[in-house]
Design a protein around this ligand. Structure first.
Ligand SMILES: Nc1ncnc2c1ncn2[C@@H]1O[C@H](COP(=O)(O)OP(=O)(O)OP(=O)(O)O)[C@@H](O)[C@H]1O
Length: 316
């Protein structure tokens, strides 16, 4: 659906994006991941012509975007800016009506669609008359997303959509986002520097550094077949929890544990098997030579089996 071919962008002497190529299939969620300044936002902005590439070609449904007028292109690509980008002097309703008005929708249709989306994002229609600074960060974020979805564009570009939120709200809104039916049919390209977020939401991840792509692939490919030391060290801190969450029991040869099916993650199984924190039943699996005052957890053999199977999977 979208193809980026050998695209570069220079700002004076700064090579913001350096010979980048990738494609995004219809219905896919692609994450542009990397540290601050690696060129993620510039890449995203070039996709809807907010920036012109210095070199290379971008096509949308096989047509070079240089041939598509910006307004026409942007109608097909909803865009959620960093820090929501809501207009402060417009109410929620006015913010949400911007694109539908350009499309000459009738007022009634605009209002019905706005209310429908607010409900889907767990906001009541009373928010329509409020101004952005009367909303919490999480509510603003939801309105930003709702505004981008108003005209039901097939593509959604998201620049750090959860960036301004505290960690708890961030996890909560991310879950809502994951389950939103409106998004399931869309092609989504999202910028983030949050590794957990990237692995939770992305079908594929494009890890960038200094304007270049270090590795692009399935989350599991980055985890288990890192292409460079940079990829390895970028993921290092999160490696274990990401492995536990991304590997299924079936993949490590386990048919299911208690009520976690084979398609469930190793993480889900461990969460079930490990006794709750502070439980007197908890003794971590250890080698036999270590003496423990407490008896081993009732599930210790199953926990050991899981960890051994994961270890074998890593080696395979
Ligand atoms: N309009 C501009 N003028 C000059 N330099 C720019 C401009 N936009 C971006 N840059 C530079 O290009 C490089 C890439 O910036 P970009 O915003 O794409 O990175 P990023 O990975 O999205 O970073 P962040 O996560 O901090 O937003 C940076 O060095 C930045 O300073």
């Amino acid at each position: 659906m979208i193809e980026v071919k050998q695209v570069s962008k220079n700002f004076g002497p700064v090579k913001a994006v350096d010979n980048v190529s990738f494609s995004v299939a219809a219905g896919e969620t692609l994450i542009l991941l990397g540290t601050s300044g690696c060129g993620k936002t510039t890449t995203l902005r070039m996709l809807n012509k907010l920036e012109e590439p210095s070199a290379g070609i971008i096509t949308f449904n096989n047509q070079p975007i240089s041939e598509i007028p910006p307004e026409q292109l942007r109608r097909r690509m909803g865009y959620v800016l960093q820090h929501t980008g809501l207009f402060p002097h417009y109410t929620v309703a006015e913010n949400m009506a911007i694109v539908p008005r350009l499309l000459k929708w009738e007022s009634r249709r605009i209002q019905d669609r706005a209310i429908e989306l607010l409900h889907k994002l767990h906001l009541s229609e009373e928010y329509l008359t409020l101004y952005p600074d009367q909303l919490s960060g999480g509510q603003q974020q939801r309105v930003g997303l709702a505004r981008a979805l108003m005209a039901d564009p097939p593509v959604l570009l998201l620049d750090e959509p959860f960036g301004a939120l505290d960690p708890i709200t961030r996890v909560h809104i991310r879950q809502e986002f994951l389950h939103l039916d409106e998004l399931k049919r869309k092609t989504v390209i999202m910028v983030t520097h949050d590794i957990t977020e990237a692995f939770e939401l992305g079908d594929r991840i494009c890890l960038m550094q200094q304007g270049r792509i270090e590795q692009m692939g399935l989350p599991k490919e980055l985890l288990f077949q890192p292409k460079s030391d940079f990829v390895r060290s970028f993921l290092k801190e999160q490696q274990l929890p990401l492995e536990l969450k991304n590997v299924t029991l079936a993949e490590i040869g386990i048919a299911g544990i208690q009520n976690v099916p084979a398609s469930g993650s190793v993480w889900d199984a461990l969460a079930l098997l490990l006794p709750p924190p502070n439980s007197s039943d908890f003794t971590p699996p250890t080698n036999e030579k270590t003496t423990n005052k407490n008896p081993p957890a009732a599930n210790a053999p199953e926990i050991n089996q899981l960890l051994k199977a994961l270890q074998n999977f890593r080696k395979s």
